[in-house]
Design a protein around this ligand. Sequence first.
Ligand code: GLY
Length: 369
Amino acid sequence: MSQRLTINQNAKPIYDIVYEHDFGRLAEELEKFEIHTKKLCIIADSKVNGLYADEVCEALKDKCKKILVFSFPDGEKSKNLDTIQNIYKFLIENKYDRRDMLLALGGGVTGDMAGFVAATYLRGIDFVQIPTSLLAQVDSSIGGKTGVDCDQYKNMVGAFYMPKLVYMNLSTLKTLDDRQYYSGMAEVMKHGLIKNANFYEWIIDNMYEIHDRDLETLEEMVLKSNTCKKIVVEKDPTEKGERAILNFGHTIGHAIEKAKNFELLHGECVALGCVAAAYISWKRDLISKDEYYEIRDMFVPFNLPISIENIDPEEIFALTSSDKKMEGEHLKFILLKSVGKAMIDKTVTKEEILAGINEIYFTDEDWDE
Ligand code: GLY
């Protein structure tokens, strides 16, 4: 029996997350949504299309009315309204109606865009998340955030829209390149840091199995990570309050991502942002010096950066204030109260943010020390 986690809202089940090691049970799970009466459209980027779309089509083609694939060039640069418009056109030309279903097969870019199309096409059509990257499995496929970047501002246009199901095939993590895989680890570590100190220790204790991508360990890790996120999104599905703690590391992280023109991966920027935010937490005496250095140094064995060259701290600061996390004049900054507990703070000053950025800024002078 496969493991499942249910996401509820107001004590009512909204969707299940199922944990599998292949696509063998996808048809059975989708049959619960009467797909024999529906046309399905797989949305996948060019990379994932080449890897998994044929296998998913094969598994579903006799179970539904019709199945087509819409593919777009892989990468964050595709996450824009032009791609969304191309998906709308494809659905219109192929006569998809409101009873049909979209399948988001791929990483975070695919899930966010397919979800946004699902939320808006014909004012709403069902969709299922089939995340294939670690980042998507532990973060973006859970919680119903959908959207696109606008003029390189991350996720500025979007909607909260829940999938009908999240189907995790953990074996897909085996084909990820190392950089993508470890980028996802930043979100896993973030979940431990903000919500569950025992899980954070578990990650460190299981470091070697995580490096080996042992399937049982991956399943346990993704399930534990999803459980942290479940607790937060169930209480605050539309980010009126507590859900903002999931943005730990993201204020400075997103700013670096944009300043570096998306050359660094999202998780790499999140790791840098977590170090800066943990530094500010230490300087405010919320966590100890030893805790700060442990948090910083534990990103290293997971191949994540803890410092960065060639940035302009003032530019990074300026970019933090164009982030979605602004509430009027106030930046909602996430700090750590301890390992496993985060808090929202609206009083973090420019000086503190610059000090955090300077902590991760590696200059030529650092070589000389
Ligand atoms: N990735 C942050 C959230 O889902 O709220």
